[in-house]
Design a protein around this ligand. Sequence first.
Ligand code: ATP
Ligand code: BTN
Length: 301
Amino acid sequence: MTPPKSPDTSPNSPSGPGPDSSPSPWSDLERPPLNAGSLRRALIRPGGLWTVLDVLPSTGSTNTDLAARAVDDAEGAVLIAEEQTSGRGRLERTWTAPARSGIFFSVLLKPSEVPAERWGWLPLLAGVATATGLSRAAGVDTALKWPNDLLVTVDGEERKAGGILAERAGAGDEAGVVLGIGVNVTLAAGELPVPGAGSLALAGAQVTDRDPLLRSVLRSLEEWYGEWRAADGDPSACRLLEAYTAGCATLGRRVRAELPGERTVVGEATALDTDGRLVIATEGGGREAVGAGDVVHLRAE
Ligand SMILES: Nc1ncnc2c1ncn2[C@@H]1O[C@H](COP(=O)(O)OP(=O)(O)OP(=O)(O)O)[C@@H](O)[C@H]1O
Ligand SMILES: O=C(O)CCCC[C@@H]1SC[C@@H]2NC(=O)N[C@@H]21
């Protein structure tokens, strides 16, 4: 089912009170809830990675919730929310996640045998896996904006429709990473939280049932994670570096990386190095690699 087309004079019309205050143009019937039972049944298989802990009607942030229980939970724990009231992005920025408008979830991974310096690949791996899963389930093309954004094209313009937040959690033998993934699915034009945001629906995907999307992204994440782990976290050996490079819209573009202390690096983004840092060929003929943890903003020039 698709959202109502303009002109729509109903009180719920996206052309109603304005971008920030307009209620959803979707009815509850068109935005069915996630089905926890079917998600569990689909994801549980012998030797499989995932355990769906819960599908919460609302929570602050699935990353915060899962991090709080990271020592006690086994790897593969998945926490899903229909809505987040304090969703977070990188550097404690806000991630807006209105009820039933997208897929919002966190997974707990504990790749204890992979050298910890390679764990920085996990958010990039999650980007590749999410793009693969969305493409399989909804036929929608997404591009990766280094380091943690998922872009869709809406009317010829790139817009952010998703993001990934990776946070270290637990300690000692139970150390791990909470990977949080958020994708705007049904958000309509009048509901966009910030300029430059987009959604799968706005990119032309005919998706209202979010269960298949979630299943597909989690399956793809399990596949990529399995390959990466089997390769001891070496992104070249498991073709992660190749896949990220192929899907990355940042490479080949002129960018401005804003670093702490008002330092900037400007030039062409040419490659990712083996640590997942973005290599920028600067105007003076040099090359500088910037890490995801250091970049405050990365803008296309
Ligand atoms: N549902 C959403 N859809 C799209 N964008 C969102 C959503 N919620 C919040 N945002 C934007 O995402 C930002 C958080 O993401 P992040 O920390 O990756 O910053 P960014 O602006 O994407 O980074 P950069 O400047 O490097 O592109 C928020 O500051 C906000 O601008
Ligand atoms: O764009 C970003 O900076 C990252 C956004 C990450 C959003 C997801 S939604 C599920 C999980 N819980 C959060 O609070 N954030 C992540």
